[in-house]
Design a protein around this ligand. Structure first.
Ligand code: SF4
Length: 576
C-alpha cells in the first residue's frame, strides 16, 4: 500500500475543512431560522386584521380572548359580544409540514359550531411563487370549508386536490392544518403527564424530553448534548376506551433510533392496582414487544394471536396490549406513509413514492451511471440523456436544485414527500465531495442540459471580452453570499428571483426567473454554457464541494464562504 504523501494529506485536510465550513453554514442558517420562528410565535392572533376574518365570517365584529373551544385559538365576537366563531393558526405545531422549501402558517376561521369557514395564509417560509399560486387558486383555500374541526382532529390530512405546479406547498398546508388539530378534542383521561423519570424507565441515559411538534402522543428523548436517543409513543388517549377489569391503563412504548421497540413502561391506571403492578413487573410481557416496528405492532390482533396474558392479571395485560396496538394504529393513521422516529423508515419513504417519481429516480440513476462510464461519450450521454433530463426532470417534474431549495431546506428541514429532489440533492452534494465529479451539473441539471443542447445545435463561437469575464467570475459568488444574507438577515427578497429554475414550472414562474432564463439561454447561444460558467450560484456552490488539486489552497471563494459564515454567525449571536 502506498503511503499518502503530504501534499495529498494537505488536500484532504483542506477539503475536509471546506466541507466542515459548509456544514457549519447550513447549521447556522437552520439555527437562525429557529430563532426567527420563536420570535414569530409571539405574534398574537389578535393582530389579524378583522377584514381578513370577515371575508370568511361576515358576522365577526371583534376578536375576543383565548378560545375556550380550541386550545391556542381566539374567540370571534359578534356585534352583541356573543361568540360567533373561533380563529386559530397552524404555526408552530403545523410547522413540521414543509412544502417546497419551508412551512406555511395558516389562519383557520371557524363559525360558532367549529365548522371551518375559510383559511388564509398568514405567512410562509415556502417558495414565494408556489405560495402565490396557492393563494391565487380560488378553490384550494376553500377546500376545507364546511368541514367540522372535530372531523379534522386526530385524523390524517384530508384528501383535497393539490394546486397544479405547487403540489408540495399545497399539500403541506393541508398537512399543517391536520397536524395543528391532531391533538385537540382528544385529551387524555390521565392527569399525570409522562415526565423524564417515566422515560428513564425506557431510556436510562435520557437527559431531557420534548414533545413532538406534530403529534401530541409522541415524546422525543434526548441524551447528553441533546443527542437524540429515540422516541416514545404514549398509548393514552388512543387507548382510553380499552378497559381491563375496571378501567384503562396508560403506557409508553419506547422506540430506538432505528424505530424498533426498545421497551414498554406501564404508567397510571384506572384498573385494579395489584393487577397493574403484576403487568408492570412482568418481564416476559415487556419482552414480547422488543425489536418490533410500529408496522408490525399495527398488524397484531391481540385477541386472535393470544398475546400472552400476565398470570393473575390476564384482562389487564391484554388491555395494555390492545392499547399499544390501538395507539400504534392511531399513530399510523396520523402519519400513513411518513416515518415515525428521528428519520423516516425506509419502507414508509418508499411507499410514498408515486410512479412518475420512480421514472425521475430512474433517470437520476441513469445520469450517475453515464457520468462514471463510457456511456458519457456516446450518443446516449451526449444527446438522449440531456433531452430526457430537460424534458422529464426539467419541464416534467421541475426537479432542479436552486438557492431557494437549498437554503429553504437548511432553514426548515427536508420535506418528506420530495423524494426526487432529496435524491437529487444527495447525489449533487455527495458525489463531488467524494469522487471529484460534479455529476449534477454535468448530467442531471435540466438547465445545464438545455445549454448543452444549445452548444450542440447552435455551435456558439463567441469569446467573452476579458474585462466582462473578470467581472462575471465573481457574479455567482456574489449572488451566493447575497442568498445567504437574504436567508439569515432576513431580507424581503425571494430567492427564486435570483435564478432561472422556476421557469421550468411555467404555471408558477415569476417574471425575474423567466427573464434570467431567457437572457441566460440567449447568452449561452453566443458564449458556450454562459449561464453555467458565469451566472449560476448553485453551480458555484456544488463546484466548491468538489475534491480537487487546489483543495488545500485557501482561495477567494473560501473567503466568500468565510464571509457567509460571519454574516450567519452575527445573525445568530446578535439577532436583530
Ligand atoms: S451551473 Fe447551474 S445551471 Fe449549470 S448545470 Fe450547474 S446548477 Fe445547472
Amino acid at each position: 500500500m502506498v503511503a499518502p504523501d503530504s501534499a495529498r494529506l494537505q488536500r484532504y485536510a483542506g477539503h475536509l475543512a471546506r466541507l466542515t465550513a459548509w456544514a457549519a453554514l447550513v447549521w447556522l442558517v437552520h439555527a437562525v431560522h429557529q430563532q426567527h420562528l420563536v420570535r414569530r410565535q409571539a405574534v398574537d392572533l389578535a393582530a389579524v386584521p378583522l377584514e381578513t376574518i370577515r371575508r370568511h365570517l361576515s358576522e365577526a365584529a371583534a376578536i375576543g380572548g383565548d378560545s375556550t373551544a380550541v386550545a391556542g385559538g381566539r374567540d370571534l365576537l359578534g356585534p352583541t359580544g356573543d361568540r360567533v366563531g373561533t380563529i386559530l393558526q397552524t404555526s408552530p405545531a403545523g410547522d413540521v409540514a414543509i412544502g417546497f422549501s419551508g412551512p406555511t402558517d395558516v389562519l383557520v376561521v371557524c363559525d360558532a359550531e367549529l365548522v371551518v369557514a375559510g383559511m388564509e395564509i398568514l405567512s410562509s417560509g415556502d417558495t414565494r411563487d408556489h405560495v402565490r399560486a396557492v393563494e391565487q387558486d380560488s378553490l384550494f383555500l376553500t377546500s376545507l370549508s364546511g368541514t367540522p374541526l372535530a372531523e379534522l382532529a386526530g385524523g390524517g390530512p384530508p384528501k383535497v386536490d393539490a394546486v397544479a405546479g405547487s403540489t408540495l406547498t399545497s399539500m403541506a398546508i393541508i398537512d399543517a392544518v391536520a397536524v395543528r388539530l391532531g391533538g385537540s378534542g382528544s385529551g387524555s383521561r390521565f392527569e399525570h403527564e409522562p415526565g423524564l423519570a417515566d422515560l428513564k424507565l425506557l431510556f436510562p441515559a435520557a437527559v431531557s424530553i420534548e414533545p413532538d411538534a406534530g403529534d401530541p402522543s409522541v415524546i422525543r428523548i434526548l441524551g447528553p448534548d441533546r443527542l437524540p436517543l429515540g422516541w416514545a409513543l404514549r398509548t393514552s388517549p388512543a387507548a382510553d376506551r380499552v378497559i381491563g377489569y375496571q378501567g384503562p391503563t396508560d403506557a409508553l412504548v419506547g422506540f430506538d433510533s432505528t424505530n424498533r421497540v426498545a421497551g414498554v413502561a406501564v404508567l397510571e391506571s384506572f384498573d385494579n392496582e395489584p393487577y397493574v403492578g403484576y403487568v408492570r413487573d412482568d418481564r416476559a410481557f415487556r419482552r414480547l414487544w422488543l425489536g418490533m416496528t410500529i408496522e408490525e405492532i399495527t398488524g397484531i390482533d391481540p385477541a386472535a394471536t393470544g398475546v400472552e396474558g400476565v398470570s393473575g392479571a390476564t384482562m389487564t395485560s391484554q388491555a395494555v396490549a390492545e392499547g399499544i396496538v390501538r395507539a400504534a394504529r392511531a399513530r399510523r393513521q396520523r402519519r400513513p406513509v411518513l416515518g415515525d422516529g428521528l428519520l423516516p423508515t425506509a419502507r414508509g419513504w418508499l411507499a410514498g413514492i408515486e410512479p412518475p417519481q420512480w421514472g425521475a429516480l430512474g433517470l437520476i440513476v441513469m445520469g450517475v451511471v453515464t457520468a462514471f462510464t463510457r456511456l458519457r461519450g456516446t450518443w446516449f450521454g451526449r444527446i438522449a440523456l440531456p433531452v430526457a433530463v430537460l424534458a422529464y426532470l426539467g419541464f416534467g417534474a421541475g426537479a432542479l436544485l436552486s438557492q431557494a431549495q437549498i437554503w429553504g431546506w437548511a432553514k426548515a428541514g427536508v420535506p418528506r414527500g420530495a423524494a426526487v429532489l432529496t435524491v437529487l440533492a444527495a447525489v449533487a452534494a455527495i458525489l463531488p465531495a467524494t469522487t471529484r465529479r460534479n455529476v449534477y451539473c454535468s448530467h442531471l441539471c435540466a438547465h445545464g442540459a438545455a445549454q448543452q443542447m444549445l452548444v450542440r445545435f447552435t455551435r456558439p463561437k463567441g469569446r467573452m471580452p476579458e474585462r466582462l469575464r473578470a467581472w462575471l467570475a465573481v457574479l455567482p459568488w456574489a449572488m451566493l453570499a447575497f442568498a445567504v444574507a437574504i436567508v439569515v438577515v432576513p431580507l424581503p427578497v425571494a430567492l427564486v428571483d435570483l435564478e432561472p429554475f422556476d421557469a421550468y414550472l411555467p404555471l408558477v414562474a415569476g417574471i425575474p426567473a423567466v427573464v434570467i432564463f431567457v437572457v441566460g439561454l440567449a447568452a449561452s447561444s453566443r458564449y458556450p454554457m454562459a449561464y453555467c460558467r458565469h451566472g449560476c450560484p448553485t453551480g458555484a456552490l456544488l463546484d466548491h464541494l468538489r475534491l480537487n488539486r487546489k483543495s488545500s489552497v485557501f482561495g477567494w471563494q473560501d473567503g466568500v464562504l468565510a464571509c457567509c459564515l460571519a454574516i450567519a454567525a452575527v445573525a445568530y449571536w446578535w439577532p436583530a
